[in-house]
Design a protein around this ligand. Sequence first.
Ligand code: PAF
Length: 289
Amino acid sequence: MKVIRKVSEMQQLALQFKKRDKKIGFVPTMGFLHEGHQSLMQSAREESDIVVVSVFVNPLQFGPNEDFERYPRDEQRDIDTAEKNLVDVLFIPELTEMYPSEQSVSLNVSKRSNVLCGRTREGHFEGVVTVLSKLFNITLPDKVYFGMKDAQQIAVVDSLVNDLNFPIEIVPVATVRENDGLAKSSRNIYLTELERKEAKNVYQALQIGLELVIDGEKNPDIIVKEVEDFIVQNTHGTIDYVELLSYPELIQVAAINERVILAVAVQFEHARLIDNIVFDDKGLISKRI
Ligand code: PAF
């Protein structure tokens, strides 16, 4: 595996792969790689000639009161994990390499971003699409792999790729979970012992919502209320949101007659957990964007 730290070197190598007609599968990450990331790497390995993974904690997508400084980092462990997962190229740029000077061009996200996490994380998705546009131009991927845990991110990136005509296929990959259902996340290490025990109830709440739909419930308000009640009764966390919206458009629905996302965010003392399920009007889980 090659470890590359320079933008120009990464771009040159990607261009050489392209000239040799190699299909590049790309997994963008912020590091502290866990089984969720490994599942993205494995999907990329199965479908691509060359697998490129990036590790870059992008300051543009963190708000002033968020955890940019203390976001977990472990470069050597990331290198070992990427190597074990048969990654060909690991791109680990320094902050000054990605942003040598203040950006003078910025991207604005006007749809799919003012709900769910976008409502409270001002500027977050602008930061995400900016860094991804840069990473797409640097790594020249054919397919890019994202975890469904960040389903809103996938919806926004889907708009980015369509609106700006990136010749890229977005591949959503199912959320990887702990045995008790908690979605794997780099931020789970912030949970206290008690919070970790309670955290499984976030996924449990989503399951309760899904079961209502399978039993024929069509009213989003009733489902949202049941999910909220379960979280309040079974965790010490504070609900940031429970929302049921069309997917990937992320628009309010009056009744469940189409593909929807049921999404939650719960703030624990030091960790904000997000999770979601995407399903159709019969409650069948959907795997595509
Ligand atoms: O999902 C993430 O880890 C980040 O938002 C991403 C896609 C790597 C962009 O910084």
